[in-house]
Design a binder for this molecule. Structure first.
Ligand code: OGA
Ligand code: MN
Length: 255
């Protein structure tokens, strides 16, 4: 009897080891591609501050999150019309009350991605297959050091391009900049459009697999613009990444 128990314990341990090895080998497939001349220190910092956790949620959890937001989303229309907006082909909402099983997932996000509390309203962004999120920095006035996103329904490629650093860290500077130079540093809602330097600077492409969680904080959040590439440009390390309709569940903390 005792031997039998030991045997099953051993099997459990072996199974767990096997699962962990399998999980590790998944993590090690590269999800970040660097372009341009990255200063060594900056690249090291970036890797810490822009993380992707593949398979953060299970297929069942993806379905449950989708089922909760779908009836509401379906009532909204995709917005394509404003040429100067950060996002084309999207509908969005904010949701405070979640079904208990989905709240559990969000609590897991909080524990993994945040030091403390997250904003009570969770942002749900539904991007159509032919939608695009153009380069922007989330306003430092409306959100804090960390932005995390779960991707539902589709893989996508997110690009982070180095931009002018100091300007975006002080809300007071931001207000001053807003008034002075609306063309080069425009503000639309909570998203800002600082000038990014794709040619002279350096940037990274990140593969965001369906059901992954990304955690963008500190340097990645303040010193880089982020964007989701349009389906025509949706390529990672030379491999086309088909982008279908994608819903992201985005948690942020307070400034
Ligand atoms: C945003 C944004 C990214 C995402 O809404 O400001 O950048 O993952 N979203 O959908
Ligand atoms: Mn954003």
């Amino acid at each position: 009897m005792i031997i039998l128990n030991k045997g099953s314990l051993l099997r459990q341990i072996l199974r767990r080891c096997h699962n962990e090895v399998a999980a590790c080998s998944k993590v090690s497939s590269p999800l970040t591609a660097f372009f341009g001349k990255w200063p060594e220190a900056e690249q090291q910092e970036f890797v810490q501050h822009m993380r992707i956790i593949p398979d953060f949620i299970s297929e069942a959890e993806e379905q449950q999150l989708h089922e909760e937001v779908e009836p509401y989303m379906n009532r909204l229309r995709y917005e394509f019309d404003h040429w100067d907006d950060a996002i084309h082909g999207f509908r969005e909402t904010e949701r405070k009350k979640w079904y208990p099983h989905n709240r559990d997932v969000l609590e897991r996000v909080r524990q993994v991605a945040f030091d403390g509390a997250i904003m009570p309203y969770i942002h749900v962004l539904d991007l159509a297959a032919d939608g695009v999120i153009k380069p922007h920095v989330d306003s430092t006035r409306y959100c804090g050091t960390t932005i995390s996103g779960i991707s539902l329904l589709s893989d996508s490629v997110m690009r982070l391009v180095r931009t002018d650093a100091q300007k975006y860290q002080q809300p007071s500077t931001e207000i001053a900049t807003e008034a002075k130079s609306p063309d080069s540093d425009a503000v639309y809602g909570h998203r800002r459009f600082p000038e990014a330097f794709l040619e002279d600077g350096f940037y990274a492409d990140l593969l965001l697999p369906r059901r992954s969680l990304y955690i963008m904080c500190h340097t990645a959040r303040y010193n880089f613009t982020h964007e989701i590439l349009a389906k025509e440009q949706s390529v990672f390390l030379g491999t086309p990444i088909p982008k279908a309709r994608r819903i992201s569940i985005i948690c942020r903390n307070d400034p």
